[in-house]
Design a binder for this molecule. Structure first.
Ligand SMILES: CC(C)(COP(=O)(O)OP(=O)(O)OC[C@H]1O[C@@H](n2cnc3c(N)ncnc32)[C@H](O)[C@@H]1OP(=O)(O)O)[C@@H](O)C(=O)NCCC(=O)NCCS
Length: 101
């Protein structure tokens, strides 16, 4: 399971979340040899949902009404991505360079 947080709000919405997620996926798929990586995200967190969707995560289900905030109930959206759905951004090139260089 994966989760990320950028602490400084000034750095939100600049693509860093997508970059960080891609690096984590690259590590998980191409160094740890995982085949499926999943995450949970609150349904109100549209920025995070979009960030993960743009990297290639797909919604696989919802844990209904998993969080109550101020009397309002929110689902947790479950998302996952397969190794074959992800294009390596760094690790594969690094390993090729090691072989040839
Ligand atoms: C969630 C988080 C990691 C995303 O990282 P980020 O760098 O802000 O996100 P990115 O810029 O890579 O991508 C966000 C996308 O959502 C879009 N977006 C931003 N605000 C949005 C909103 N309110 N509704 C819908 N989409 C939104 C952005 O435009 C961007 O899409 P684009 O690339 O097409 O422009 C970061 O905002 C964060 O750390 N938030 C606080 C902690 C958190 O919520 N962590 C997730 C726990 S599951």
């Amino acid at each position: 399971m994966l989760g990320i947080a950028i602490g400084e709000k000034a750095y939100w919405n600049k693509g860093y979340g997508q970059d960080a997620t891609k690096l984590l996926l690259d590590y998980g798929f191409n160094l740890l040899n995982l085949n499926n990586i999943m995450l949970g995200v609150f349904s109100f967190n549209e920025r995070a949902v979009n960030c993960y969707r743009k990297v290639g995560f797909k919604e696989i289900g919802r844990r209904r009404q998993a969080r109550i905030i101020g009397g309002k109930k929110f689902d947790v959206i479950l998302m996952d991505i397969l190794a074959e759905e992800f294009e390596s951004v760094y690790v594969k090139k690094f390993l090729q360079d090691q072989k040839t260089g």
